[in-house]
Design a protein around this ligand. Structure first.
Ligand code: ADP
Ligand code: ASP
Ligand code: MG
Length: 438
């Protein structure tokens, strides 16, 4: 069994949906994971924001605009009257649901139910299209098997057992369609795997059924050596190790959800990154194969906050770092980068939730300084620590950039620097020139 995930642009128009039918219509057994049509989740976020603001008029306008878009798509997508009728009725049900939020109190759970509508719509519309074309397929609702545990991590045991039970109900079928991104939480409520989460669904589903391969189909021909949104002259990378891909995803390469590599790595299932607009392009293969020494790719992660704690007295005494880290643990806040000196320690975090509380707790240990609007730029590859030259090449490339923190030596796969976000593009371009000579 293979898993094929198609992102927002791959289902983003009538033409793309028709192209998609051709891409999946062969004899291979597969589960197709679909995202919402591009722009839909952003529109649902805007609708939710209006509901949080109690601006029901604005929410109504946004819902109406989105509904009009879908009605138009449906009349174009199908050729038979009955399929168009089914599509319009489906849309009506989902948009009536969106319009039902008229109370002043709008909750996080309701927001999650709203955000789920994009994937529910795209998969149902696509299933109707397959039915119209007489292609045998089964729509398996992700909300019947995707589950998060009490730490909001995928409950792999639950997912594996339940997905396999569902698949067993269809011994003669080879084509299954399901929703990316959406899940239930440990209370059984609708939840999600955070933005870009359909990639994560694909690898979780792949690991749950020991798939032979996971394919992530998107709008670019694989993982590029640098962020193509920021830098010209990037090129696709043919092969990546799981560890390299995981570092790139975590440190901002948007083509992959930050944590989606782990399930595939745990089960040693190769992940291919492919382009729906150019299906013949080689793309990128992520696997456990041999890692090549050298620089592989550069990525950047925005929205970083640096916290510096300076204390003349007790710093570097044993137990001090533990006390500092306990503050982050209590506030459930993962740390990305750490640097220490004799009198100070700096760490970075990637969101500002609970920041005031963290600052207050840390101030018990010394002077606390907080800087926002920073970016981590990570160079990923294989840099054996006993080989000279890698750090020197990076620092040489960054000679004109004000660098605020440096992290090297934690793993042989990553050298990261912290810069002001206003210097991010300059940093990415300088590294592209310095490390890849382009
Ligand atoms: P999808 O909707 O298919 O999930 P995404 O927009 O989430 O697609 O991811 C694909 C986009 O990721 C590309 O269009 C590209 O702009 C961006 N991207 C950022 N960094 C990289 C990179 N290193 N390699 C390839 N694409 C990247
Ligand atoms: N539709 C969701 C989003 O836009 C999930 C995804 O596309 O991967 O974030
Ligand atoms: Mg994505």
């Amino acid at each position: 069994m293979k898993i094929l995930k198609f992102g927002g642009t791959s289902v983003g128009s009538v033409q793309r949906m028709h192209d998609l039918v051709h891409l999946i219509d062969d004899d291979d057994a597969k589960i197709v994971v679909l995202s919402a049509m591009s722009g839909t989740t952003n529109a649902l976020v805007e609708i939710s924001n209006a509901l949080y603001r109690k601006d029901h008029d604005q929410a109504g306008i946004l819902i109406g605009e989105l509904e009009e878009k879908y009605n138009y798509i449906v009349t174009d997508l199908y050729s038979t009257k009955s399929a168009i009728q089914n599509g319009l009725e489906l849309i009506n049900v989902h948009f009536d649901f969106l319009r039902s939020f008229t109370r002043d109190l709008f909750t996080v759970n309701e927001e999650k139910a709203i955000l789920a509508q994009g994937e529910l719509l795209s998969t149902a519309l696509f299933q109707f299209l397959l039915e119209e074309k007489a292609i045998d397929s089964v729509l398996i609702p992700a909300l019947n098997f995707m589950r998060l545990d009490e730490n909001s991590e995928p409950d792999m045991a639950f997912i594996s057992v339940n997905l396999q039970l569902i698949l067993k109900e269809y011994p003669d079928n080879k084509l299954f369609i399901t929703q990316g991104y959406i899940s239930r939480n440990d209370f059984g409520e609708i939840d999600n795997l955070k933005r870009g989460g359909s990639d994560y669904t694909a690898t979780i589903v792949g690991a749950a059924i020991d798939a032979e391969e996971i394919q992530i189909w998107t709008d670019i021909d694989g993982m590029h050596n640098n962020d193509p949104r920021e830098v010209n002259n990037t090129f696709p990378i043919a092969q990546l190790s799981f560890d390299e891909a995981a570092e790139l995803a975590y440190f901002g390469a948007k083509i992959l959800h930050p944590t989606c590599i782990l399930p595939a790595k745990n089960k040693n299932i190769p992940v291919k990154l492919l382009n729906t607009m150019q299906p013949e392009a080689a793309g990128t293969i992520i696997s456990s194969g041999n890692q090549l020494e050298g620089f592989r790719a550069i990525a950047a992660k925005d929205g970083i906050t640096a916290i510096n704690i300076k204390s003349g007295r007790m710093l570097m005494a044993y137990g001090f770092l533990r006390a500092v880290f306990e503050v982050f643990e209590r506030n459930k806040k993962p740390i990305d980068m750490i640097t220490t000196s004799e009198v100070a320690v700096s760490v970075t975090i990637d969101n500002t939730e609970n920041l005031d509380q963290i600052g207050e707790e840390l101030s018990a240990f010394g002077n606390v300084k907080i800087d926002t609007n920073l970016s981590i730029v990570s160079v990923v590859g294989l840099f054996p620590v006993d080989k000279p030259g890698y750090a020197a090449a990076i620092f040489d490339a960054l000679r004109d950039i004000p660098v605020r923190m440096i992290s090297y030596g934690g793993s042989e796969n990553n050298i990261s620097v912290l810069v002001d976000t206003q210097h991010k593009r300059q940093t990415l371009i300088a590294l592209n020139k310095g490390l890849f000579k382009i």
